[in-house]
Design a protein around this ligand. Structure first.
Ligand SMILES: Cc1cc2nc3c(=O)[nH]c(=O)nc-3n(C[C@H](O)[C@H](O)[C@H](O)COP(=O)(O)OP(=O)(O)OC[C@H]3O[C@@H](n4cnc5c(N)ncnc54)[C@H](O)[C@@H]3O)c2cc1C
Length: 302
C-alpha cells in the first residue's frame, strides 16, 4: 500500500490522505479509516489516479458527500475516491445545466432557484452530491433525478468515458444502472430544467425545507432514510407503529421525529447502528411479516 500511496502523492492528482477517518466524510459522523483517501482536483486527475490504482490491482470505491453511507468501524481497505471540490464545475446555458459530479445538490438547487429555473425543488434538503444523487436516483416530494437528467458522463473502471442518456441510466425507485449493472463514476451531468417564476420556485423550496425541519431530525447527525419503503407501506410508519421510535442501542437511536431515521445521538459506533437496524428489522418482521431492506449503503469490513 505504501508504494501506491507514494505513486499517488507523486502523481500530483489532488489531495491524498492515509488512514483517513471516514467519520469526517459521512453525514452520520461514523466510520473507520480509509487506507487511502484521495480527492482529485479535476476529471483528468481522477482518470490518472484510477490508472495508477489499477496498476496495483487495489480495490477502490467512489463516494460523494457521504450522506447515504454507513461505514463499518474497521474502515475500508484500499482507496476511497471522494468527489468533492475540484469536481464541482458548473455551467448554465438557458435552461440546461452542465454540472460536475461533486457539486452539492442543495447548493445547486438554491442557486438555480434564484435564476428562475425549476425542476430541482424536490432536492432542497438532500445533502448529497450531484453524482451521488444520480447513482441513487435521489428524490422527494413526488419527483426525483430521473425527471431532470438528460445525460451523465461516466468513467468506467477500464478507463473509458461514456455519456449515458436518461434511458441508459435505467432510473427506478432509488436506483440507477450505476449501482450494479454498469458501475462507474459519474463525473458530469447535464440537467434539463424549465423556466419558471423565481418567487414560486423559491417558495416551493422553502416549503419543502420547512416540511423537513418539522418532520426530520435535522439537529442530529444521520444518514437519511435507513430503509427503503416496502411499498405500498412506508418504512417510517411501520417502525413507528411497532413502537420503536426513540429506541436506542449504544449511541444509535431511532429518531423520535421520524421512524425511518437513525441518528447518532452521541458517540455511536457503526456496530451500534448495525445492531439497531437488525433489531428494528426483526421487530417489524415479527409484527407485520414484512422484510425491510436498507436504503442506506453499508460499506467496509464488518
Ligand atoms: C438528512 C438527510 C436527508 C436525506 N433526504 C433524502 C431524500 O429526501 N431523498 C433521497 O433520495 N435521499 C435522501 N438522503 C440520502 C442522500 O442524501 C442521497 O442518497 C444522496 O443522493 C447521496 O449522495 P452522496 O453524494 O452523499 O453519496 P454518498 O453517500 O457519498 O454515496 C452513496 C453511494 O453513491 C455512490 N456515489 C457517490 N458519488 C458518486 C459518483 N459521483 N458516481 C458514482 N457513484 C457515486 C457511492 O459509491 C455510494 O455507493 C438524505 C440524507 C440525509 C443525511
Amino acid at each position: 500500500m505504501s508504494n501506491l500511496l507514494n505513486d499517488l502523492k507523486n502523481a500530483d492528482i489532488g489531495k491524498v490522505l492515509e488512514n483517513e477517518p471516514l467519520s469526517k466524510h459521512t453525514t452520520i459522523r461514523i466510520g473507520g479509516p480509509a487506507e487511502i483517501l484521495i480527492e482529485p482536483s479535476n476529471s483528468e486527475m481522477l482518470t490518472k489516479a484510477l490508472e495508477i490504482i489499477k496498476t496495483y490491482g487495489t480495490k477502490w470505491r467512489a463516494i460523494g458527500r457521504g450522506s447515504n453511507l454507513l461505514v463499518a468501524d474497521k474502515g475500508i481497505e484500499g482507496v476511497v475516491i471522494k468527489l468533492g471540490s475540484g469536481m464541482d464545475e458548473m455551467e448554465i446555458d438557458g435552461d440546461v445545466i452542465t454540472v460536475g459530479g461533486g457539486y452539492s445538490i442543495i447548493k445547486l438547487a438554491t442557486l438555480i432557484s434564484k435564476r428562475g429555473l425549476s425542476g430541482l425543488e424536490f432536492s432542497s434538503g438532500i445533502p448529497g452530491s450531484v453524482g451521488g444523487a444520480v447513482y441513487m436516483n435521489a428524490g422527494a416530494h413526488g419527483s426525483d433525478m430521473s425527471k431532470i437528467v438528460k445525460k451523465a458522463l461516466v468513467l468506467f473502471e477500464d478507463g473509458t468515458l461514456e455519456w449515458l442518456t436518461n434511458e441508459e441510466l435505467e432510473f427506478s425507485y432509488r436506483t440507477s444502472v450505476l449501482q450494479e449493472k454498469r458501475p462507474g463514476i459519474c463525473i458530469q451531468v447535464v440537467l434539463q430544467l424549465q423556466e419558471g417564476e423565481k418567487e414560486d420556485i423559491v417558495a416551493v423550496m422553502q416549503k419543502n425545507k420547512d416540511y423537513r425541519r418539522d418532520t426530520q431530525p435535522w439537529n442530529f447527525p444521520c444518514a437519511g432514510s435507513i430503509f427503503r419503503n416496502p411499498l405500498p407501506n412506508y418504512a417510517g410508519q411501520l417502525v413507528e407503529d411497532a413502537g420503536l421510535k426513540g429506541h436506542r442501542i449504544g449511541g444509535a437511536q431511532v429518531s423520535d421525529m421520524h421512524g425511518n431515521f437513525i441518528v447518532n445521538a452521541g458517540g455511536a459506533s457503526a456496530q451500534d447502528v448495525f445492531d439497531l437496524i437488525e433489531f428494528v428489522k426483526t421487530k417489524v418482521f415479527e409484527k407485520y411479516g414484512i422484510t425491510m431492506e436498507t436504503e442506506v449503503e453499508i460499506i467496509g469490513s464488518k
